[in-house]
Design a protein around this ligand. Structure first.
Ligand code: SF4
Length: 205
């Protein structure tokens, strides 16, 4: 950002955060609205996830579950850094727990991303790496990859590096995928961890 251009991001983020916290747009949520986002104007890493699960809804902070443990390991972050909004923004495609269906959690509520997520993204000016997790976030951030399998879309990760990276969902339910795709741990994670370390050790310009 040029020196002469005032950064309206922090005030806009605060304004939006207040509005999001009071949002009741989705009346049919089984546990009621409880928007769970993490955002700070200085965040250099954006985690673009799916929607809070039941456990996250109850805990009140994102990725406070087994998936989060694995994600923090992948990123090389301790819990304090991961949950520091000045460093890491976490904006799922839907901010509230959408409920469960016959085959797991329901998709993120579709009204949330255009109503809240896009304005919040617009106010984030310091993000240098977006970590995309799950098909819904993939469709939003990487629509050109949606005709590929997750594995093939991920194998092409260097074409989007170092601004964007697509990850598998870190859920324990994907353990067999992790075992079948050792290249992910061997090739991708060291690069990812190095990049995260660089970004968080390098103050925003
Ligand atoms: S999912 Fe989004 S739009 Fe729906 S109630 Fe929660 S914050 Fe509001």
């Amino acid at each position: 950002m040029a020196d002469s251009a005032p950064d309206h991001g922090p005030a806009e983020i605060e304004r939006l955060r207040t509005q999001v916290a009071a949002c009741t747009a989705c009346a049919a949520l089984p546990l009621g609205p409880r928007p769970i986002v993490q955002i700070g104007a200085g965040a250099r890493i954006l985690i673009a996830g799916q929607a809070p699960g039941r456990r996250t809804h109850l805990a009140g902070r994102p990725f406070d579950d087994a998936s989060g443990v694995r994600l923090r390991h992948w990123l090389g972050l301790d819990a304090a850094t991961f949950w520091d909004p000045a460093k890491v923004a976490i904006l799922p495609m839907g901010f509230c727990f959408p409920g469960t269906g016959p085959s797991g959690d329901l998709p993120p509520r579709p009204e949330c991303a255009p109503r809240w997520r896009q304005p919040l993204l617009d106010a984030l000016s310091n993000v240098r790496l977006t970590v995309v997790i799950g098909r819904h976030a993939q469709a939003w951030h990487l629509p050109e990859t949606m005709n590929l399998s997750l594995g093939n879309a991920m194998r092409d990760w260097r074409t989007r590096w170092p601004e964007v990276i697509l990850l598998p969902h870190p859920s324990p339910r994907n353990a067999s995928w992790f075992r079948r795709n050792a290249w992910f741990e061997e090739d991708v994670l060291p690069m990812l961890q190095t990049r995260v370390e660089e970004l968080l050790g390098d103050p925003p310009t």
